[in-house]
Design a protein around this ligand. Structure first.
Ligand code: KG4
Ligand code: ZN
Length: 331
């Protein structure tokens, strides 16, 4: 089975071709980061228009890099939600129409299932069952994963997502959009200057997260301290440590609750080096193992959608002829 995957839920147009036997044959990505940078965040209408401009040339490019024609493709997978509705509809419209024109089945994929299964694209893929920590710009959740489609959300953010907290705090520090990776880079230059950020919701039972207080704590700390590069780096470091620590505490709890020994981290924030180091260290001590996608598949991409779509098609899931996007969609 060979599937083309289309991702357009936010500000990246990602297209990939995945083959069941040969693995990933091609993946291309166009990021709109520069387009939105002047606005300090994603402007939905501009995102939709840019997807319209890029999607067809990228599909052609992905097919050609995979040495595939439409005759080799057995199905079309596209991100159906959650995400920005205009952006989703571009991928859904093109994906659904191509499948119809080619006489192939179409399947709408849950964006977070795509992230969750992204580590399966690696040589060292995790086996089921595992606990997944999904941390992106829009979501933070802990999921008990027993197989494809067998997901139980154990906890999620009651306010800002982890990536959102990184982005908002970065903005407070005067860093450009997207702030998460920039804040992480600044934090690497910081040292322990005694700032102690809270570890939200770790003092009570449960697996939910709350990150909006960290952003407020950062704002107050920035306002009270001198405005120089080293001080900002020290504050960035303390902020990052607080997010990483909080995530690690909750992961440990989820592993204890489920009895599982495998931890998967995925979504944009899983690219964070400190988070990877901290969780690797923790899993080593617990006698388990942590799995994550390569850097480029932590953030949004078409490869994870092609892979998840293939699994769903194999399980018999197909879309009817309606073009549907689902901006809100629980996992
Ligand atoms: O998964 P993703 O590409 O998009 C969503 O589905 O939201 O995640 C993007 C998020 C952004 O908030 C970005 O700042 C964050 O992931 N991010 C990072 C790092 N790289 C990306 N946050 C912290 N450290 C990083 N290295
Ligand atoms: Zn995402």
């Amino acid at each position: 089975m060979r599937i083309i995957g289309i991702e357009t839920s936010c500000d990246e147009t990602g297209i990939a071709v995945y083959d069941e036997q040969q693995g990933l044959l091609s993946h291309v990505l166009y990021s709109q980061v520069k387009l939105h940078a002047d606005y300090g965040g994603v402007v939905p209408e501009l995102a939709s228009r840019d997807h319209v401009r890029k999607i067809v040339p990228l599909i052609k490019q992905a097919l050609s890099q995979a040495n595939s024609t439409l005759n080799d493709i057995d199905g079309v997978a596209y991100t159906k939600g959650p995400g920005l509705i205009g952006a989703l509809l571009v991928g859904a419209c093109v994906g659904r129409s191509l499948a119809y024109a080619w006489g192939k089945p179409a399947v709408g994929v849950h964006h977070m299932e795509g992230h969750l299964l992204a580590p399966m694209l690696e040589d060292d893929a995790p086996e089921f069952p595992f606990v997944a920590l999904l941390v992106s710009g829009g979501h933070s959740m802990l999921v008990k994963v027993d197989g494809i489609g067998q997901y139980e959300v154990l906890g999620e953010s009651v306010d800002d997502a982890a990536g959102e907290a990184f982005d908002k705090t970065a903005k407070l520090m005067g860093l450009d959009y997207p702030g998460g990776p920039r804040l992480a880079k600044l934090a690497a230059k910081g040292f322990d200057a005694g700032y102690h950020f809270p570890r939200p919701m770790t003092d009570r039972p449960g697996l939910d997260f709350s990150f909006s207080g960290l952003k407020t704590f950062a704002a107050n700390t920035i306002a009270a301290e001198p405005d120089d590069e080293q001080t900002r780096a020290n504050i960035a470091r303390a902020f990052e440590e607080a997010v990483v620590d909080t995530l690690a505490i909750k992961c440990k709890r989820a592993l204890k609750q489920t009895g599982y020994k495998r931890l998967v981290i995925a979504g944009g924030v899983s690219a964070n080096t400190r988070l990877r180091e901290s969780l690797a260290d923790m899993m080593h001590k617990l006698g388990g193992k942590v799995y994550y996608p390569r850097g480029e598949f932590c953030t949004d991409n078409g490869a994870m959608i092609a892979y998840a779509g293939m699994q769903r098609l194999k399980a018999g899931q197909v879309e009817d002829l309606a073009v549907k996007g689902q901006p809100r969609w629980p996992l």
